[in-house]
Write a protein that binds this ligand. Structure first.
Ligand SMILES: NC(=O)c1ccc[n+]([C@@H]2O[C@H](COP(=O)([O-])OP(=O)(O)OC[C@H]3O[C@@H](n4cnc5c(N)ncnc54)[C@H](O)[C@@H]3O)[C@@H](O)[C@H]2O)c1
Ligand SMILES: N[C@H](CO)Cc1c[nH]c[nH+]1
Ligand SMILES: [Zn+2]
Length: 427
């Protein structure tokens, strides 16, 4: 693993996201779906996922979902049900209410919250299937009260045709009623623009690989998106007290997601850095997804050495990682100095997969430095706000002249007169 000086390290990745070829590919796919609809969707599904479909087979049927239940084991069902309870309990705490302020002169000002009507949730499934991402997408949307939740997921995982049964069961357990077997940029574009078979949505949420992330960025504006939740990232901030085996295991837990995933250790201890490098080599060779994890470690992994904790924390804040683990002597004392991170895991027993699967907070998190301004998927993602303004006659008479003054300063006479006509009549 590369050893670098922490002070030389900037954002996790370049601001220019994806290679020029990847950006061109996504632009081509999105435009084809926009102009050709289902025909392009079926063509790209065959080309990229190696699955031939027709418009009648895009949608998942109830029979398939029932059949999926026969293929999943009881332990999975128990665990996914408990995870769903934890995730729902956490997200219910996020639910905000509309509010209205009534003032003595009769003025009412407020904020009305409404759920979005129709949202599309992307569940990744190209290299591996992610039933956990079904829950992380769907539960906050349900807590918000979204009436139409449509799920898309690739029609083949790891080269094997068919949606992974664990995804179908997770979706059924969560209560999803509308599902399509489409993935990648073509799925994102189909949700955004709609096709003859798939009605368009108002917002697309969910994680995915670089093609999914770039496609979400491309359709932003046509629909809303949650954030750029692309290839996974982990930064571990550790001092000499950390256990190198734990640090290495947690770095690899994200490296195995994707060749473009990144796993970075920032440490004040060169001895820890060296021990983690050795551990990574040992643990890597035993992983079933060794190839993917190795490409990630070689391409995007690093050990950053810092002279002080202050320098280490500055590097973390510049990177704004998706996940940050703090494994230092007294990790809670550093929390207040962390400005940018999608999720912060504190202490040696808060290993990243605790959050990926079970604790309750959302695992769909901003990547590529966007934790500087984006948040984990949350209930607010599935709601919109309208402002409420009710001025009483008394309030308008009392404040009308000031409104007219401001309007005339902007040279907007019609605005001024809309107020003036009322003042003249009512005074
Ligand atoms: N940031 C987060 O919150 C978060 C959460 C979970 C997973 N993830 C990430 O999700 C990703 C899952 O990736 P995945 O690939 O397994 O599944 P995926 O569903 O994201 O992508 C699979 C699709 O990518 C498309 N694709 C693959 N190669 C392509 C190519 N060369 N050109 C055009 N399109 C192509 C195909 O259409 C395929 O259906 C990983 O990167 C993982 O790190 C991120
Ligand atoms: N670590 C991923 C987010 O980057 C989420 C996930 C799902 N399953 C396993 N991990
Ligand atoms: Zn993970």
């Amino acid at each position: 693993m590369r050893k670098l000086r922490a002070e030389q390290f900037g954002l996790t990745r370049k601001v220019e996201y994806g290679s020029p070829e990847q950006n061109e590919t996504v632009a081509r796919i999105v435009e084809a779906i926009r102009t050709e609809g289902d025909a392009a969707l079926l063509r790209y599904t065959e080309e990229l996922d190696r699955v031939r479909l027709d418009t009648g087979t895009l949608r998942v049927t109830n029979d398939e979902i029932q059949a999926a239940y026969d293929r999943v084991d009881a332990d999975f069902l128990t665990a996914i049900r408990q995870a769903a309870l934890n995730i729902r309990a956490f997200h219910e705490k996020q639910l905000r209410q509309s509010w209205v302020d009534v003032q003595p002169d009769g003025t009412m000002l407020g904020q009305l919250l409404r759920p979005l009507k129709r949202v599309g949730v992307y569940v990744p499934g190209g290299k591996a299937a992610y039933p956990s991402s079904v829950l992380m997408n769907v539960i906050p949307a349900q807590v918000a009260g979204v009436p139409e939740i449509v799920m898309v997921t690739p029609p083949a995982t790891g080269g094997k045709t068919g949606i992974d049964p664990y995804i179908l069961v997770a979706a059924a357990e969560a209560g999803v009623k509308e599902m399509y077997r489409i993935g990648g940029a073509q799925a994102v574009a189909a949700l955004a623009y709609g096709t003859a078979t798939i009605p368009p949505v108002d917002k697309i949420c969910g994680p995915g690989n670089i093609y999914v992330a770039l496609a979400k960025r491309a359709v932003f504006g046509v629909v809303a998106i949650d954030s750029i939740a692309g290839p996974s990232e982990i930064v571990v901030l550790a001092d000499e007290t950390a256990d190198p085996a734990y640090v290495a295991a947690d770095l690899l837990s994200q490296a195995e997601h994707d060749e473009m995933a990144s796993a970075i250790l920032v440490t004040t201890s060169e001895a820890l850095g060296d021990a983690v490098a050795v551990e990574i080599e040992q643990q890597l060779s035993t992983l079933p997804r060794e190839g993917t994890a190795r490409q990630s470690i070689d391409g995007y992994g690093a050990i950053l050495l810092a002279d002080s904790m202050a320098e280490a924390i500055a590097a973390v804040n510049r990177m704004a990682p998706e996940h940050l683990e703090i494994m230092t002597a007294d990790p809670m004392t550093l929390l207040g100095r962390i400005e940018n991170a999608g999720a912060i895991f504190v202490g040696p027993y808060s290993s990243e997969p605790v959050g990926d699967y079970f604790a309750g907070p959302n695992h769909i998190l901003p990547t590529n430095g966007t934790a500087r301004f984006s948040s984990p998927v949350n209930v607010d993602d599935f709601m919109k706000k309208s402002s409420l303004i009710h001025y009483s006659k008394d309030a308008l008479l009392a404040n009308g002249d000031q409104i007219i003054t401001l309007a005339r300063h902007e040279g907007l006479e019609a605005h001024a007169r809309a107020i003036e006509i009322r003042l003249e009549r009512e005074r």
